[in-house]
Design a protein around this ligand. Structure first.
Ligand SMILES: Cc1ncc(COP(=O)(O)O)c(C=O)c1O
Length: 283
C-alpha cells in the first residue's frame, strides 16, 4: 500500500482525504510537479522546486515550505515506499479550502500532497506516433497548473487515432509543444525548439537536453517552429520527465523522413542515458 504525504502526515493512500471544498477540486486552483527518480537520485530536484515556486508565485500562493523542507518531504516519501522499480514523485499544492467563491481570501492554508509512483520503462527505440491539433489551451502555459482539461482531451484524441501517444499543438501556424511534452525538430543537423514564452511549459527535460546538446557540440536554437518544418523535418523528438527523449517517427498520416528513428536521436538518447547514471557529467 503506497504511503503518501498530505498536510504534514504520512498515511496510506486509501486513508488520505481532501475536503470537497478544496479549491483544487472546485476550481483546479492548484499547481503540481512530476519529478523522475533515477537510481534513487531525485532528478534535477532544485530545478523542479524552482519551477514549483514560479508556478505558486504566478497564482499568488505563498510557498508553504523552504527548499530543504521540500527535499526532506520528497526523501521521506521515497523512504516510506521502498521499491526497486523506476519511480517518479508527484507533488501538488492547492490554494486550500474555502467557500466556493471565485475570489479567494489571501490567508488560506494550502493543501500539500506528495506521492511516489512506479514508472513503466518504455522501449523508445522503435519511435512513437503523434497527431497534430490546434492548441486549444490558454495563454499561461508556463504555469504548471492542474487545470489540465484541454490536455486531457488532446491526449484522448491522440489515443483514439490508432495508437498515437501524443498530440503536437499548433498555434497560429507554429508548433508550441505536446499535450504533456516539449517538442524538438531537427532539420539540416540543427535542432530547434520553441522559446520559453507563455506558449509552452518550461520543461526540465527540455532544458537538460539543451545542456546535453551544448556538451556534445550539437547546434540548436530556441525559436518559432513553423508547422511546415514539422512536415519536412529530418527528426522530431518529444521530451518530458515521464518519457525522457522520445523519437517521433510518424506525424498524422506522414512518416518523419524515412519513418525510422534518426541518428541524432540515437546520439542524444545515449547522452541522456549517460547523464542518468552520472548527473555530474555536465558540471
Ligand atoms: C504541457 C507540458 N509540456 C512539457 C512538459 C515536459 O516538462 P518536463 O520535462 O519538466 O516533464 C510537460 C510535462 O508534464 C507538460 O505537461
Amino acid at each position: 500500500m503506497s504511503i503518501v504525504y498530505l498536510n504534514g502526515e504520512f498515511l496510506p493512500v486509501t486513508e488520505a482525504r481532501v475536503s470537497v471544498l478544496d479549491r483544487g477540486f472546485t476550481f483546479a486552483d492548484s499547481v503540481y510537479e512530476v519529478i523522475p527518480v533515477y537510481n534513487e537520485n531525485i532528478f534535477r530536484v532544485q530545478e523542479h522546486l524552482q519551477r514549483l515556486n514560479n508556478s505558486l508565485n504566478a497564482i499568488a500562493i505563498a510557498n508553504p515550505f523552504s527548499e530543504s523542507q521540500w527535499q526532506q518531504i520528497l526523501t521521506d516519501v521515497l523512504k516510506k515506499n521502498p521499491s526497486n522499480s523506476s519511480r517518479s514523485l508527484y507533488m501538488q499544492v492547492t490554494r486550500g479550502v474555502s467557500d466556493r467563491e471565485h475570489l479567494h481570501m489571501n490567508d488560506l492554508q494550502p493543501t500539500v500532497f506528495v506521492m511516489s509512483r512506479e514508472v513503466r520503462e518504455q522501449d523508445l527505440a522503435p519511435g512513437v506516433k503523434v497527431i497534430t491539433h490546434e492548441d486549444i489551451r490558454w495563454d499561461y502555459c508556463h504555469i504548471k497548473t492542474t487545470a489540465l482539461l484541454a490536455n486531457v482531451m488532446l491526449k484522448r484524441k491522440a489515443n483514439d487515432a490508432d495508437g498515437a501517444v501524443e498530440t503536437i499543438l499548433i498555434r497560429d501556424g507554429m508548433v508550441t509543444e505536446g499535450a504533456a511534452s516539449n517538442v524538438f525538430v531537427v532539420k539540416n543537423s540543427t535542432v530547434v525548439t520553441a522559446r520559453k514564452d507563455g506558449s509552452v511549459l518550461p520543461g526540465i527535460t527540455r532544458d537538460l537536453l539543451l545542456e546535453l546538446l551544448d556538451y556534445a557540440g550539437i547546434q540548436y536554437s530556441e525559436d518559432s517552429v513553423p508547422v511546415s518544418d514539422l512536415e519536412s523535418a529530418d527528426e522530431v523528438w518529444l521530451t518530458s520527465s515521464s518519457m525522457g527523449v522520445a523519437p517521433v517517427v510518424r506525424v498524422d498520416e506522414r512518416d518523419v523522413a524515412d519513418g525510422k528513428t534518426g541518428p541524432m536521436w540515437k546520439k542524444v538518447d545515449q547522452l541522456f542515458k549517460e547523464f542518468k547514471s552520472n548527473p555530474g557529467m555536465l558540471k
